[in-house]
Design a protein around this ligand. Sequence first.
Ligand SMILES: [Mn+2]
Length: 449
Amino acid sequence: MLKGVEQFARDFLEFSKNKPIRIISHYDTDGITSASILAKTLKRLDKKFTIKIYKGLEEDIIKKELSRQPKEVILFSDLASGSLKYFQDLQEPIFIIDHHEIHSDELTDKIKIINPHLTDKPKDNECTGAGLCYLFAKAISPNNQNLAPLAIIGMIGDRHESNISKINQQIVNDTTDLNIKKGLILYPATRPLSRALEWSTSPYIPGVTGNRNGVQDILRETGIGYDKNLLSLTEDEMSKLITAVMIRRAQHNKAEDIIGNLYILKFFNTKEDVREISVLINACSRLGYSDTAIAYCLENEKAKSRALDIYTKYKQELVSGLKVAEKMDKINGKGFTILNAKDQIKDVIVGTICSMLSSSSVYNEGTILIGMAYNKDKIKVSARIVGQEGRNLKEMLEKTVTIFKDENPQTIAEVGGHHFAAGCLVEKGKESEFIEALKKTLEVELIKI
Ligand SMILES: [Mn+2]
């Protein structure tokens, strides 16, 4: 168990006695599963609570939420570590369960927090928001161990599965009804391969993704029956399929990108692929239906059918966005490509499109992909990198914004994200100025390596 969780849980229970709780969480799969774990935990304690989901915490949001104090207790999950500067003059304590990077010099005694970066062994304690919420729930009552599946979904959502830390392993061990099988990481592993191949956006399989004839070819070539799913493949079939996919991704030719563990969980009483569940939750939330996403996590039947409808539309949106991105004129530099989609791709999926392209075999390892799409009077900017090595994208965007602000002092631009995926919002009127700042940074960055 992570050090400090028990004390945190005791403090929280003590402070929230007879007070309603405000759960504030992040809008991705990890944040949604975090909020769901907290909701279940508080429900079991018969506590009153409300949930609010945000894409990010800006100053005005924080002010508005803090005005609920002292009547309500504020509990953040999967966010807020990067916002400590806004919590310097608190009258009442706040509670934070988060794993994002933190400026520990901004901590005060009013900020009660669980964060692996603050422990002696941050590597061993690497954990998602949902994982930490689960540990918190378990510290409150051992009965909450049956919430571990939600933590597993969060773990897949935040891609912690390829390098499982000690604490994540502990959560895996806590999860009953979890099956792990090594193989091609295509999802859903539980449904016919022909469908999974056709919709395989991650990994992207050239000639197969979105191409029915290509799907027929690959199945014929490998001699795999149409209705078989990944879970039912023999070892021999699995290795044939992996070879066939690798040939099509020849330029990438890195087995570890497509081979990994398949995670199968019992959810709504059926065996489901955790990657699929994770993408579905993410899709619902990104498209503005975080309430449906949470109700789905709490295994509400009505929410399930709503969530499936949203997910289907989302997949269609992605496949068409991908086609737009492939055809679009791009700004190509050394080691980077900028896709300025303007209003041709929805801002909510531009990051995902970049992730998908970064896993396709079109770009060389280490290439930085920048996607830009309009969001009302702003531009959503998303940065991804091809492969798992290379420059820190958050730092890169921060540098860009510094240059950009130097030249455009009145402008507002805030950067979020981490090493491998980062983004920011920029004023729409400053489109070309921002692109210039981006190019400048990317070209200078290149000289350093
Ligand atoms: Mn997270």
